[in-house]
Design a protein around this ligand. Sequence first.
Ligand code: ADP
Length: 469
Amino acid sequence: MIPKFFLTIASRLTLWYAGIFTISSGVVFVLFYFLASGMIQHQIDQDLLEKSNYFSTIIQRNGLAGARRFAVLEAQAAGEKMIFFRMLFPNGEVYASSHMSYWKNVSVSKTALDNLLQYKRHVFETINIGPAKLKARILYSFIAPDVVLQTGLAMQASARFLSAFQKVFTGAMAFVVLFSALAGWFMARKALSGVETIRRTAENITGLNLEARVPESGNQDEFDSLAHTFNQMLDRIEILVKSIREMSDNIAHDLKSPITRIRGFAEITLVHKQDMNEYRSMAASTIEEADRLLDMINSMLVISRADSGASDFIFEQVNLSSMIADACELFLPLAEDNGIAFKFDVAQDIVVHGDRRMLQRAFSNLVDNAIKFTPEGGQILIRLDVEADGYVHIRVEDNGMGIEEMDLDKIFERFYRADPSRTRTGSGLGLSLAKTIVKEHSGQIKVTSSKGNGSVFLITLPYGNLEVI
Ligand code: ADP
């Protein structure tokens, strides 16, 4: 199980930051170490070569005996623990040397001597002397045709440098790790503070409180745009939740009325013990109310299924002309009963691709509304034709009470009824259902109306140029 702390992005960023910082500092330190120790070794090699050259000069001037004396004196002057000189014959036999008690463990390297003889070029070696990891640099070189000088220099400077470097390295690396972890943690926390604000806002949002918003810094960085998008999403959710609340209030209200009425019929009939005819009329009223309820529930189902992209429309070739003419024939007596002149002008043989039942419902809703909202003496005009724009136009025009301008946008919303007194029957779902149906047929529904001057509802549907069945 990984502790929860290590699962946070801040801790992982800190680890990454500290890791990268530490590794790169380590690499820099190591490079620096090799560079510095290389330079020290180069300096030692130069010193050794200089000494060797000096021996060559002395041999030329003072012969081997001179060189022998010089070896002893030079080693004493520099410090016998610091340097030694050993003159050898090419077979490795020692001819003379400085005082060697400190260097007694240093032997003559056969390999180095062979290399020197073979390539006639000086040879360097680094060897360990003593327990304290002290090293010495050894040079084998010819100082006369048959005389080899083996000279060694204790690498004390190198050792001092190494130990000082180790101390500095340990201290510096401890600081780097600590500093980079702290800096990484601080930066990660700072960078992620926006996420934390969004998380806290999201935590405060409940079904009751949708008003919380993430403060936007306005500096247009990634967090600002995330906060902006998050706030926009919250705006949309707030509107959605409000509309769902309103809708459920409406549904509750609209379902309550018919049920209350049904209950009222039943109660009156029961209490007043009326005759058989009254029971029949109660049953008829109950059926009527139940049908209205069913119609409402069906409309809600059609709308919400279409909204969720799961509508179950059955598309086929529909002869719109005969469908509308038949519906008009049915509405005609109802309009006449209400003292409304009802005219229809239906072009022949217009066939569209659609769901017959649904198109019928959409059209009926418009005509039903026209009759409902047109007073006695008014007139209704229905027209079906294919217009110059290539679309089928279904026009339902009345000269009834009309609609206030401010209501025009809202009448297509679910449960919206512009009639404030709600004296007429209706659920406020008719136009919403009509709009859904028309949309499912890739068409449009529009209204033009003004209060007191009647209304024109226009459905346009794509005309498929289908042949008449
Ligand atoms: P309902 O008719 O059940 O109330 P609708 O969705 O069909 O619901 O209509 C919504 C509202 O639009 C109606 O309540 C009414 O106020 C208004 N409306 C619809 N058609 C007309 C019309 N032809 N004339 C005037 N008002 C209308």
